[in-house]
Ligand binder design. Structure first.
Ligand SMILES: Nc1nc2c(ncn2[C@@H]2O[C@H](COP(=O)(O)OP(=O)(O)OP(=O)(O)O)[C@@H](O)[C@H]2O)c(=O)[nH]1
Ligand SMILES: [Mg+2]
Length: 313
């Protein structure tokens, strides 16, 4: 996947400026816009985004490279109270990612009613890295309402900067990149400058399918769904073959995924295939299967098979 030109890792324009590079964890409550922010900074729809909380289940990495810095951005699952083994694995993943980052970007919301919750989140960001607070979704509130929120968040321990942003409107992103880049250690590039991620295409193909399930289905169905890519074969002549199994927990959920006469699954397949072809820049033949796996969210073996094992990072 080639680098788009959205990277804004510019820094000072001086020959003496040292190169900086490091890892940046994007952490926060579910649904605050962490994945939207990752995609906006990288300039490519890498991470699944939806209006539903707990969209992200695994860390998604996006790389932004400019003339003076390289940020390895790590989007994490939203921090919440875990209810299943899957939730605990997601929470652990978010914590490990934050604890090993050079800078943690705590993504918050611009509403005073959330302030207590956001302060608590910022105070408990794992690790010892400086915390940059990105107050997201500022397009939804009048600017003057932000001032008391900024003041309160800026006063928290470890917080070095507070930047109001809108990930969807691309507002404030240059400032955010600049303050984060300034906190990076001096280091040569960690990845080639044209690389946007180090995760395999197979991973993103599964995420595309899960994103479409989140967008097309309601209530418990997306949460009871997992995607396993059984086969991903690049074929020299003809389309890439992608064979995916969608796991659900109950027969009733399988029926909902299928829809009348298989119409819902067909719609899902068409939308996912279009996104996959856009990502891969190649034609794709997508084969979808549905499998009922009762209680997979609480089975260590199933989670391991999906790459979501609680003991993996
Ligand atoms: N108005 C507005 N909406 C936004 C902004 N950023 C994100 N959103 C919306 O917020 C919703 C959640 O976005 P995500 O990026 O999936 O949120 P997340 O923090 O990654 O959520 P989890 O993966 O569940 O933890 C989506 O509907 C986005 O379109 C923003 O700056 N302004
Ligand atoms: Mg997300």
């Amino acid at each position: 996947m080639p680098q788009n030109d959205d990277a804004s890792c510019e820094g000072e324009d001086s020959g003496a400026t040292p190169f900086r590079a490091g890892h940046v964890a994007l952490v926060g409550r579910p649904n605050v816009g962490k994945s939207t922010l990752l995609n906006a900074l990288v300039g490519q729809a890498l991470a699944a985004v939806s209006h539903k909380p707990q969209t992200t289940r695994m860390t998604v990495r996006g790389i932004v490279t400019g003339p003076h810095c390289q940020l390895v951005l790590e989007d994490t699952p939203g921090l919440m109270d875990p209810r299943s083994t899957l939730d605990r694995a997601m929470l652990r993943l978010a914590r490990i990612t934050a604890a090993s980052a050079d800078v943690a970007v705590a993504v918050t919301r611009p509403w005073e009613t959330n302030l207590g919750d956001d302060v608590q989140l910022i105070r408990t960001v794992p690790g010892t890295a400086p915390v940059v607070v990105a107050i997201n979704k500022i397009d939804l509130v009048p600017k003057e309402r932000l001032l008391p929120i900024i003041a309160r968040l800026a006063g928290q321990p470890r917080v070095c900067d507070v930047v109001p942003i809108s990930a969807t409107e691309r507002d404030g992103l240059d400032v955010l990149v600049r303050v984060v880049a300034a906190r990076m250690p001096e280091s040569p590039q960690l990845f080639p400058p044209d690389q946007v991620t180090d995760q395999p295409e197979r991973f993103f193909v599964a995420e595309i399918l899960r994103e479409q399930v989140l967008l097309l289905y309601h209530q418990e169905v997306p949460y009871a769904t997992a995607v396993e890519i059984e086969e991903f074969a690049e074929r020299e002549h003809g389309k890439d073959l992608i064979r995916a199994t969608i796991w659900v927990e109950r027969e009733s959920q399988r029926m909902i995924l299928l829809g009348a006469g298989g119409s819902a699954l067909k719609r899902l397949g068409v939308r996912a295939r279009t996104q996959m072809e856009h990502l891969l820049d190649r034609p794709v033949y997508l084969e979808l299967w549905i499998k009922v796996r009762p209680k997979w969210r609480d089975r260590d073996g199933d989670l391991a098979r999906l790459g979501l094992a609680p003991d993996r990072s």
